[in-house]
Design a protein around this ligand. Structure first.
Ligand code: NAD
Length: 268
């Protein structure tokens, strides 16, 4: 059986480099190319060299259409606007799209949902096994406890992160809302500052910390009178997200078009 050809869009980014390394270490797939944004200093460089893998004789280009039309799957950890553009190209060519990009607004998400009608899309705010398990545990704990238990999600990331709360924090908050059988967006409280008034019963709150090179820490707090449950996950290397993304790409082989998440890939 021939190797799955995988392209990496945004291949010179922090996750891009981790993804290239992961593909090179995984059997059953190969690095088939990579793109970067117009103006990036990585354009024209060898993809293997930027990932510390030695010369692979594949130049980084800005031609996403050429890449997407020639591979089986692309891995994408870029920005929402770029992801939407690439989703349309994936739909056009039937290329599987593995999306780790976070910070999507509603209009980005509906464009991705539309693309998933035509090609397999795996989208997850976090691709690690541990976090996806934490999501499941959060859903179950929330389903067990009533709204006297206040739910707060606290996250910390490196100083370069541009969106807040993190995609993972939102996954956790949505899982808590799901467990309670309520609509997340109607109870969400994003950040507090100044005279906020008292906390409302049933609210799901978020707090975001930024600093250093923290890869990603998340804690879900269930706080009642006199007792508190805290469940946490700490990521110490981007390789774990890259491993999840490559596993997802391999999982899409011969898969029908659809919108999938990591729980589908991991069989939770
Ligand atoms: P980064 O800024 O280091 O990398 C993003 C890369 O995308 C950059 O190299 C940028 O030039 C490139 N890019 C932007 N627009 C492009 C375009 N149109 N075409 C090609 N390349 C383009 O950021 P990062 O830390 O690697 O994170 C990227 C995204 O992934 C963020 O949204 C982050 O929150 C998310 N992320 C998700 C997970 C997960 O498991 N789902 C894990 C880590 C990071």
């Amino acid at each position: 059986m021939s190797d799955m050809k995988i392209g990496v869009v945004g291949c010179a980014g922090r996750m891009g480099v981790a993804l290239l390394k992961q593909i090179s270490e995984t059997s059953g797939c190969e690095i088939a190319g990579g793109t970067e944004r117009p103006g990036s200093v990585a354009l024209g460089q060898d993809i293997g060299v930027i990932a510390g893998l030695g010369n692979l004789d594949i130049k980084i280009t800005e031609d996403a259409a050429a890449l997407i039309s020639s591979v089986d799957a692309i891995l994408e950890f870029t920005a929402p606007a770029a992801t939407v553009k690439h989703a349309a190209l994936c739909a056009e060519h039937g290329t599987a799209h593995i999306i780790g990009t976070t910070g999507m607004e509603a209009e980005h998400q509906s464009a991705i949902d539309a693309a998933a009608l035509l090609t397999p899309v795996v989208q997850a705010g976090n691709m690690s096994v541990g976090v996806n398990l934490l999501v499941e545990v959060t859903r179950r704990v929330a389903a067990t406890l009533d709204a006297d238990w206040d739910v707060e999600v606290v996250e910390m990331h490196h100083r370069h992160k541009v969106d807040a709360p993190s995609g993972t924090a939102l996954m956790l908050g949505r899982a808590a809302a799901d467990g309670r059988g309520i609509n997340h967006d109607s109870v969400v409280k994003r950040g507090r500052d100044g005279i906020t008034g008292e906390r409302e019963r049933g609210e799901i709150g978020y707090a975001s910390l930024r600093g250093g090179n923290v890869v990603g820490d998340h804690t879900v707090i269930f706080a009642a009178d006199n007792e508190r449950i805290e469940i946490s996950h700490k990521a110490s290397d981007r390789a774990l997200f890259a491993r999840g993304a490559v596993t997802a790409a391999l999982w899409t082989k011969d898969r029908a078009p659809g919108h999938y998440n990591m729980a589908d890939v991991l069989g939770f």
